[in-house]
Design a protein around this ligand. Structure first.
Ligand code: PRP
Ligand code: URA
Length: 254
């Protein structure tokens, strides 16, 4: 006899004997078969928002909002293997040991300009993370990167830097919506490693195989998280199908 007007087999309750199944194996993010440094995050919400982002009719205001939302959803996946530490707390009922992420060590590093659009979204999940900045401009003709700015938390070569947590001990998250030739990304990683960084993740929204391969050759230790792996680059070095110039769409400059 059931209290519900439905057969209970239609609405099974979790029990130790009949646990609810986890996500099917094929729905878990898996490293790409030929690009082991890449994880494509194909969560339905990320894909939905990415489609809106790609649409040329999307306004600057919506573009900004979508970049931030996608970055937040990606951060959830990209922080999955962060170490936690035991902490003692008092619940209203008793003392217990919980686990917390050691948040002093988390560091976001947007690549200017377009990476700035991802900072607020990731910071929603990691509110106490420090933020460094790396400015890299890609030459429109040669496509080669030029670094014009860098300020990295915990960098011992920086005069008057706060070295309470050095770059060596930090977990870095480089943020840039676009990984095209990979020139900007490899330059940013080199900058962080020169400051002492050892644990670096790279979060981008759209990646091209060319850029992922360049990172694999130059920095195979850096895992790349992307919302999509696109077909490739066009003659001007734009990702296709892509979403156009991320910086210009984000800041309304073209
Ligand atoms: C874009 C993008 C990446 C870079 C990717 O920045 O945000 O940083 O290009 O291209 P790559 O992989 O071939 O280096 P851009 O240099 O246009 O600067 P902006 O963000 O200031 O517009
Ligand atoms: N940078 C962008 O903003 N878009 C691309 O497609 C390639 C590089």
């Amino acid at each position: 006899l059931s209290l519900f007007p439905f057969p209970s087999s239609l609405f099974p309750l979790p029990s130790p004997l009949f646990p609810l199944p986890g996500p099917p194996h094929h729905l878990k993010p898996m490293p790409h078969p030929s690009l082991p440094n890449l994880l494509v995050l194909d969560h339905p919400l990320i894909q939905h928002k990415l489609t809106l982002l790609r649409d040329r009719a999307t306004s600057t205001r919506d573009f900004k909002h979508l970049v931030s939302e996608i970055a937040m959803l990606m951060a959830y996946e990209a922080t999955k293997d962060l170490p936690t530490e035991a902490v003692e707390i008092d619940t209203p009922l008793e003392r217990m040991q919980g686990r917390m992420v050691s948040d002093k060590k988390l560091t976001l590093v947007p690549i200017l300009r377009a990476g700035l659009g991802m900072v607020d979204g990731v910071s929603e999940l990691l509110p106490t993370a420090r933020v460094g900045h790396i400015g890299v401009a890609r030459d429109e003709t040669s496509l080669e990167p030029t670094r014009y700015y860098a300020k990295i938390p915990g960098d011992p070569s920086e005069p008057n830097a706060d070295l309470s947590v050095r770059a060596t001990d930090r977990d870095f998250f480089i943020l840039d919506p676009m990984l095209a030739t990979g020139g900007s990304a490899t330059a940013a990683v080199t900058t962080l490693k020169t400051a002492g960084a050892r644990r670096i993740r790279f979060l981008c929204i759209v990646a091209a195989p060319e850029g992922v391969r360049r990172m694999l050759d130059g920095h195979p230790d850096v895992r790349i998280y992307a919302a999509a792996l696109d077909r490739g680059l066009n003659g001007q070095g734009y990702i296709v199908p892509g979403l156009g110039d991320a910086g210009d769409r984000l800041f309304g400059t073209r």
